[in-house]
Write a protein that binds this ligand. Structure first.
Ligand SMILES: [Zn+2]
Length: 435
C-alpha cells in the first residue's frame, strides 16, 4: 500500500515547517520532500499508477499523530460511560493516534491481566494506539505498591493512581524508585485530601456565592511541591497530571530551572474556562482539579508559552447523563475532551498564546518524548499522522460525538479548525471531506 499526502503544511516541531509531500508505504513513512511554495500539486490522475491513494492536503496542516497522555477509557467495568472501542473511535475522530488509558477502571488496572485485556480490546477496536497506565497502588488504595515489573511486562507504559492521590509520602517515594528501576514513568494526580476537605469546586467568590464548599489551590500545589522534592531525592522523573493552579506552575518552573526531572500537563478546560463557568454549565463544569480563577488560567497560559507545561492532555472523563444531572455536590467529576481538544488548542494559537508548532509539540512530540515513544514525521518512522483543517468553522454538537458520553461544556460552541484525517501505522482510521 502506497499513500501520498501532498501539498500540506508539514509541521514536525523543531525540525520542519514547510509545504511538503509525504510518501507512506505500508506502515512506514518512506519519504518527506519539501516543495517550493509556487509548485502546484501533481494532478492525482498522473500519479495513480504509482500510488494507491493520493491525499491532497493543500491548505491543511500535516503533523505527527497526536498523543493524548491522559484518557479514561472506562473499560473494564464502566462500559456504560465509554468502551475501549468508543473511546478509541473518539480519539481517532479527535485527531489522536495514541492515548494513555488511566487505571481507575473496575477492576483497576493494577495487574498485568487487566493491562493485557485493555491492550487486546484496543487491538480489536483498531482506531488508535492505547498505552495502558498501570496503578501505583493495589486497588488505587494508596497502601500497597503494585508489582511494577509485571505491569511493565504486560504492556504498561507508566504508573499512576489517577483519580486518587498517593497520600503516603513514603509510598510515593518507593513508587518513584521502583518505577525508575523498571523504566516506567510516574504520573502524579496531585491532590492533598486533607487540604481538599470535601470541596466540590474552586475555593473563591463563585463558590461562596453559590454556597458550595471550595477546594483551595494549596490542595494541588502542596502535592506538586512534595512530588518535586521526592523526584529530586530519588533522581526519578515525575510527570504532574492536569495542572490547574498558578502556584503549581511556579513550583514546576523553579524545579525545571534546578534541573529536576519534572514534566507537566494541563487540559484544555484549564486554559479555556474559569470557575465562572460553573454558573453557566453547572455539573458540566465540575472536574477534579476544579476550574480555577482567571489568575490561574492566565498562569497556565504563561506556563504553556514558556515551556513550563510540556503537554496538553484532555483528561477525557466520560460520565452518563444520570451521573451529571444531579445536585452539584453529588455529580461525578470530569468532562470528555478527545473531540474538542484540537479546536480549543487552535484557539490558543489564534489568541497568540502559542505558536502552531508549539501547540503541535505539546500534543504530539512532547508527550512522545516524555513517554519514550518513537514519533514524528521522519523517514523510516511509523506512519502516525494527523491532518488538520485550520480554517473550517462549525458548531460543536455533542450528540454527534463518537464518545458514548456527552458531558461536554463546549457543546454548541463555535469553533475554527478540526482534524480531518487520522492515520495510525499507515492505516486511515478516520477521514472527513477528502473524497
Ligand atoms: Zn487525575
Amino acid at each position: 500500500m502506497r499513500i501520498a499526502i501532498q501539498g500540506g503544511r508539514v509541521i514536525e516541531p523543531g525540525h520542519l515547517d514547510a509545504l511538503a509531500d509525504i510518501l507512506i508505504e505500508d506502515d512506514k513513512i518512506v519519504n518527506v520532500t519539501r516543495r517550493a511554495e509556487t509548485e502546484s500539486i501533481t494532478p492525482a490522475t498522473d500519479r495513480r499508477m504509482q500510488h494507491d491513494r493520493i491525499i491532497d492536503a493543500t491548505a491543511k496542516i500535516v503533523c505527527p499523530g497526536l498523543i493524548d497522555m491522559h484518557v479514561h477509557l472506562r473499560e473494564p467495568g464502566h462500559d456504560y460511560k465509554e468502551t475501549i472501542e468508543s473511546g478509541c473511535r473518539a480519539a481517532a475522530w479527535g485527531g489522536f493516534t495514541a492515548v494513555c488509558a488511566m487505571p481507575n477502571t473496575n477492576p483497576a488496572n493494577d495487574n498485568e491481566q487487566v493491562t493485557e485485556y485493555i491492550l487486546s480490546k484496543a487491538v480489536q477496536a483498531n482506531f488508535a494506539r492505547v498505552y495502558p497506565v498501570g496503578a501505583i497502588s493495589k486497588g488505587l488504595e494508596g497502601r500497597q505498591l503494585c508489582e511494577f515489573e509485571k505491569l511493565k511486562a504486560g504492556g504498561a507504559i507508566a504508573v499512576s493512581d489517577d483519580g486518587c492521590p498517593v497520600m503516603d509520602d513514603r509510598l510515593m517515594q518507593m513508587a518513584l524508585e521502583t518505577a525508575k528501576r523498571c523504566g516506567l514513568l510516574v504520573i502524579s494526580h496531585c491532590e492533598n485530601l486533607k487540604l481538599q476537605a470535601g470541596g466540590v469546586m474552586n475555593a473563591g467568590p463563585v463558590a461562596e456565592q453559590m454556597g458550595l464548599p471550595g477546594i483551595p489551590n494549596s490542595s494541588e500545589s502542596a502535592m506538586v511541591v512534595r512530588d518535586i522534592a521526592l523526584s529530586e531525592r530519588t533522581d526519578a522523573p515525575v510527570h504532574i497530571a492536569h495542572v490547574s493552579t498558578a502556584e503549581s506552575v511556579q513550583a514546576i518552573r523553579e524545579a525545571k530551572l534546578k534541573g529536576i526531572a519534572v514534566t507537566a500537563e494541563t487540559a484544555p478546560h484549564y486554559f479555556t474556562l474559569t470557575d465562572e463557568a460553573v454558573r453557566e454549565y453547572g455539573t458540566y463544569a465540575k472536574m477534579n482539579p476544579p476550574l480555577r480563577s482567571a489568575k490561574d488560567r492566565a498562569a497556565i497560559r504563561t506556563g504553556l508559552a514558556d515551556g513550563t507545561i510540556d503537554v496538553i492532555a484532555t483528561d477525557h472523563a466520560p460520565h452518563a447523563v444520570h451521573e451529571k444531572t444531579v445536585e452539584f455536590d453529588k455529580a461525578a467529576n470530569g468532562i470528555i475532551g478527545l473531540e474538542t481538544a484540537v479546536a480549543l488548542g487552535l484557539k490558543l494559537v489564534e489568541e497568540g498564546v502559542l505558536s502552531l508548532t508549539d501547540l503541535i509539540e505539546k500534543m504530539s512530540t512532547g508527550p512522545a518524548r516524555i513517554l519514550g515513544l518513537e514519533k514524528g514525521i521522519r523517514m523510516g518512522g511509523p506512519a502516525d499522522i494527523t491532518i488538520i483543517d485550520p480554517d473550517v468553522i462549525y458548531k460543536v454538537d455533542a450528540n454527534k460525538f463518537q464518545s458514548l458520553s456527552q458531558n461536554c461544556p463546549f457543546d454548541g460552541w463555535r469553533m475554527k479548525g478540526k482534524p480531518v484525517l487520522t492515520m495510525v501505522e499507515g492505516q486511515i482510521v478516520y477521514e472527513s471531506g477528502f473524497e
